[in-house]
Write a protein that binds this ligand. Structure first.
Ligand code: ASP
Ligand code: MG
Length: 405
């Protein structure tokens, strides 16, 4: 079989009829280059958000099976319209839902995981000369119920398909021309990155940068699929995401990420004895609350303080859980602060270079920015700071690490 390419188009790329026609001709061009083309599309524009809003107007707590059924329809609008557009231009195409392709999932509704994909149906359609258009973000579970793969899940559909089909390319088409050293809306001098490692992108995704869905990168990394993030409306190369190489290690910092949707939570006067932290974080984990940046101070007078950050959307949930926990263990006082933001630097070069953290702290200090919390990984340093200082911080760090050069 000729080479297979997977082309994924995000919601903004199929936001209206004109754009769908542009995507159609882009896809046909690829086919004429001699590729077998598999296309994955997201729901048009804000369709998914609109559907979620409607569901919540009907119920405060919509049935998740029905919610998945509803959300999966957004992508189905895109596949059928795109297929029609391609046929109108004289090429052969067929649209398929996740279920039709045989994307089997496990796990709960609205955040299902892909268990396996049979390539049979797609390969058969490709052999018939079709451009195969697959609805992103969805699959079907062991009960044959439609499931969705979490927000941004079309990326996962794309990299998972590229993996099973052993595609030679996985292209992620979007409305920007690649991945930038930081958000160009905040920093004018942000630069497009030519290539970046899976690990760096994974850190960026988990830090709230709207790059690509994190799980989609994990799948690509595991199967060594090179991802090309590029613009739907330009022929220029975008950003390649691939295994790290020597050249990347020579760069100290590849990007500055930030997250304005964090809340800092502090629990004061916890008894300093084994199992207290375990109880708190077990309770949070079993309720699917994602914790970040845990800091525990050294005990003083037999009491401890623990601070951590969570996503703003989880705050109410967290407060309820802690309230219940109060009846079981002695929790002192809980305080939270919503006027914070997280700024992070990411770079595989940190593995082999020293002084990166101190330089970041110095830049913040030089700008009179106070640091509330610090956390690090092998290739990332994050600081929680006051939200109203975020713009200054991101700009200063970006410049301080020469990312504008
Ligand atoms: N339409 C879904 C969402 O908005 C999936 C995607 O766009 O990747 O999250
Ligand atoms: Mg999306």
């Amino acid at each position: 079989m000729e080479k297979i390419v997977v082309m994924k188009f995000g919601g903004t790329s199929v936001g209206n009829v004109e754009k769908i026609k542009k995507v159609a001709s882009r896809v046909i061009e690829k086919k004429h280059l001699g590729y077998n083309v598999v296309v994955v599309v997201s729901a048009p524009g804000d369709t998914t958000d609109d559907l979620i809003e409607k569901a919540f107007l009907i119920s405060k707590n919509p049935d998740t099976r029905e919610l998945d059924r509803l959300l999966s329809t957004g992508e189905q609008i895109s596949i059928s319209l795109l297929s029609m557009a391609i046929k109108e231009m004289g090429e052969k195409a067929i649209s398929l839902t996740g279920a039709q392709v045989g994307i089997r999932t496990i796990g709960s509704h609205t955040k299902a995981k892909i268990k396996d994909i049979s390539s049979e149906k797609i390969v058969k359609e490709l052999n018939l000369g079709n451009i195969v258009i697959v609805a992103g973000f969805q699959g079907v579970d062991e009960k044959d119920d439609v499931t969705t793969l979490g927000r941004g899940g079309s990326d996962l559909t794309a990299t998972a398909l590229a993996s099973v089909l052993k595609a030679s390319e996985c292209e992620i088409y979007t409305d920007v021309d690649g991945i930038y050293t930081t958000d160009p809306r905040l920093v004018k001098s942000a630069k497009k990155i030519n290539k970046i490692s899976y690990d760096e992108i994974l850190e960026m995704a988990s830090l709230g940068s709207q790059v690509m869905q994190a799980r989609s990168i994990e799948v690509a990394k595991k199967n060594n699929i090179v991802i090309h993030v590029r613009s739907t409306f330009s022929k220029e190369n975008g950003t390649f995401i691939l295994e790290e190489d020597k050249e990347m290690e020579n760069v100290l910092v590849s990007g500055v990420a930030f997250d304005k949707n964090q809340v800092k939570v502090s629990i004061f006067d916890l008894i300093d004895e084994p199992g207290v932290a375990a109880k708190i974080f077990e309770a949070l984990a079993s309720n699917d609350i994602n914790i970040d940046m845990i800091v525990q101070s050294t005990a003083n007078n037999g009491k401890n303080n623990i601070s951590f950050t969570i996503d703003k959307t989880e705050l109410n949930n967290l407060l309820n859980i802690i309230d219940k926990l109060k009846t079981k263990i002695n929790i002192g006082t809980l305080k939270y602060d919503e006027n914070v933001a997280k700024v992070s630097i990411i770079g595989v070069g940190m593995r082999s270079h020293t002084g990166v953290a101190s330089k970041m702290f110095k830049i913040l200090a030089d700008n009179s920015i106070n640091i509330h919390l610090i956390s690090t990984s092998e290739i990332r340093i994050s600081c929680v700071i006051d939200k109203d200082k975020l713009d200054i911080a991101v700009n200063a760090i970006h410049q301080g690490f020469n990312l504008d050069k």
